[in-house]
Design a protein around this ligand. Structure first.
Ligand code: Y39
Ligand code: FE
Ligand code: FE
Length: 230
């Protein structure tokens, strides 16, 4: 008998699933909330793009509502304090960069790193999600590509002046992503999401973005593995 591809089924109402979901769902809700306010803050730094950035911010707010509905649908209470702690490092770095008007660093943190992280997480989640969450997430992930593309285009157009700051910001922020991935690894697995798959998808989106912006393959390899071993 030929081997068939079997879609893994989950007991979405089991306590173990709901417990893991209470943290992952909170991370996503908090991430969307912070993304919303990050785009509004970037709109202040880039008044010429204010309209577009406000439009992106509003998409993030819709995503947040969508994921809140996913939690409600599974009767899960998102653990928001856990999620705020989870994002504290990136959040602090973004706020610090914003206070100094460092738009390149803000773009790297939100529009490249966090978007690539979101794209990886949502792509890997879709095949293992419950039907309700799958439909929501499929709509959301399309928007996240739009957000990543915004960051790419802006940084590509300003590559010469942004390059050094990008490398520095990558150094300071990418290690946080690897730490965050390690931290969620156990809960992600309960939901059917493997860390290796998350890392692979993240590397693809982030690496392609760096390439489109103008970095060489060598630079991309050096940058994207920064802090991976640590
Ligand atoms: O731009 C966005 O919408 C990003 C805020 C959302 C971040 C999602 C972060 C997902 C990490 C989840 C890790 C689960 C394995
Ligand atoms: Fe989003
Ligand atoms: Fe986004």
């Amino acid at each position: 008998m030929p081997e068939l591809a079997v879609r893994t089924e989950f007991d979405y109402s089991s306590e173990i699933y709901k417990d893991a979901y209470s943290r992952i769902n909170a991370i996503v809700i908090e991430g969307e909330q912070e993304a919303y306010s990050n785009y509004l803050q970037m709109a202040e730094l880039l008044p010429e793009d204010k309209e577009e950035l406000t439009r992106l911010a509003k998409m993030e707010n819709r995503h947040k509502k969508g994921f809140q509905a996913c939690g409600n649908n599974l009767q899960v209470n998102p653990d928001m304090p856990y999620a705020q702690e989870f994002f504290a490092g990136l959040h602090g770095n973004f706020q610090h960069a914003f206070s100094e008007g460092k738009v390149v660093t803000c773009l790297l943190i939100q529009a490249l790193i966090i978007e690539a992280f979101a794209i990886a997480a949502y792509n890997i989640y879709i095949p293992v999600a419950d039907d309700f969450a799958r439909k929501i997430t499929e709509g959301v992930v399309k928007d996240e590509y739009t957000h990543l593309n915004y960051g790419e285009e802006w940084l590509k157009a300003n590559f010469a002046t942004a390059k050094e700051e990008l490398e520095q910001a990558n150094k300071e922020n990418l290690p946080l992503v690897w730490k965050m991935l390690n931290q969620v690894q156990g809960d992600a697995k309960v939901l059917g999401m493997e860390k290796e798959a998350l890392v692979e998808d993240f590397m693809i989106s982030y690496g392609e973005a760096l390439s489109n912006i103008g970095f060489s393959t060598r630079e991309i390899m050096r940058m994207s593995s920064y802090g991976l071993a640590g």
